[in-house]
Write a protein that binds this ligand. Structure first.
Ligand code: HEC
Ligand code: HEC
Length: 291
């Protein structure tokens, strides 16, 4: 086929190039493609002019609109911080009752409190505050010193058996090591203590449990209460529920009564600000409330 001939199959003109009987069709780039390319180029040029675009060594072309992503991010951070600061101020100013009744404030307590708890308390009490051996579960109704926000805040402020001058102090005496009770009485009182939370454990040990009840009344009740349910004035645990700091199996109970216990909770007065401690007290209080 020669130049300008029309290809009978496609209807296109040919370019006149031919290789071994194969001819090249003259199919130009369609117009819309040119239009699109031109529009894209125009957009790019406009964008360079209006927006930050080209690096210029130490700086960059700022664009006529003056848009700055860094400034936009800084602005939104500032707004978030302002919102948080306002809520934190409110938490610092309001009483515990007003805060626990306010959903927005409690949302802040839950978020900020979780972070504070993770950083400061989780190592001993566990990330979910459910405790570890020797470190009490803070999510149950079983309190040593009481579970109101005020008492929790005070416990956090001064600690337990800590170096703080106002520290809460408590000690489970070492009845065996100090020779206060003979081994057999310790075993009996342990059988009785175990029967408080596991009545079926008394079966077959009625004599020991009865003897242990007497030891308990004379030796333990002053601190742990007549029914063994604990005393939040003295920071003594409830021995009649399912929750144990050190363990409720006979072996651990004998160890506790033989050797005594004195758990230590640090004081946070110097390490956390008053509002941080308030948030933590409310956070711990709220964990319990949500069980
Ligand atoms: C070094 C370990 C340790 C750390 C860290 C720690 N605690 Fe404690 N905490 C204890 C121990 C141990 C006890 C129980 C003391 C006892 O057995 O008498 C306790 C008891 C408590 C109690 C009293 C519970 C009750 O039943 O009255 C509260 C509340 C508490 N901790 C909150 C916190 C908070 C909040 C933090 C973080 C700011 C924290 N603890 C960090 C070891 C720790
Ligand atoms: C002077 C007060 C006092 C007396 C008396 C006392 N306890 Fe305690 N007991 C405590 C305190 C305080 C604790 C908490 C210790 C801690 O958490 O570190 C405790 C803890 C315990 C625990 C550990 C509970 C757990 O959750 O692991 C057991 C068990 C216990 N006492 C049994 C007894 C028995 C049995 C007697 C009597 C033979 C007795 N206690 C007498 C103060 C006392």
């Amino acid at each position: 086929m020669g130049i300008g001939e029309r290809d009978p199959h496609t209807g296109h003109m040919t370019t006149g190039h031919e290789w071994n009987g194969i001819t090249e069709l003259n199919t130009p780039v369609p117009r819309p493609v040119y239009v699109f390319l031109a529009a894209a180029a125009l957009f790019a040029i406009l964008y360079w002019v209006l927006m930050p675009a080209w690096p210029t060594g130490g700086s960059y072309t700022k664009g006529l609109l003056g848009y700055d992503q860094r400034a936009a991010v800084a602005e939104s951070l500032r707004e978030a911080a302002l919102g948080r600061a306002a809520l934190t101020k409110k938490i610092a100013a309001e009483g515990f009752d007003a805060i626990t009744a306010d959903r927005d404030l409690m949302d802040t307590v839950r978020q900020t409190g979780r972070a504070l708890f993770g950083d400061n308390c989780a190592a001993c009490h566990g990330r979910e505050a459910t405790g570890n051996k020797g470190f009490p579960n803070l999510t149950t109704a079983s309190w040593l010193w009481g579970g109101s926000p005020e008492t929790i805040a005070e416990t956090i402020r001064v600690g337990i058996n800590s170096a703080h001058p106002d520290s809460r102090t408590s000690q489970m005496p070492a009845f065996g090591r100090d020779g206060v009770l003979p081994r057999i009485e310790i075993e009996n009182v342990v059988a009785y203590v175990k029967s408080l939370s596991e009545p079926q454990s008394a079966r077959g040990h009625e004599a020991a449990v009865a003897a242990g009840r007497k030891v308990f009344a004379s030796t333990c009740a002053a601190c742990h209460g007549e029914q063994g349910t604990g005393n939040s004035e003295l920071g003594t645990p409830n021995l009649a529920d399912q929750f144990w700091i050190y363990g409720g199996d006979s072996e651990t109970l004998v160890k506790t009564v033989w050797g005594g216990r004195q758990g230590q909770m640090p004081t946070w007065e110097a390490r956390l600000t008053p509002v941080e401690r308030k948030i933590l007290a409310l956070y711990v209080y709220d964990l319990r409330r949500r069980q």
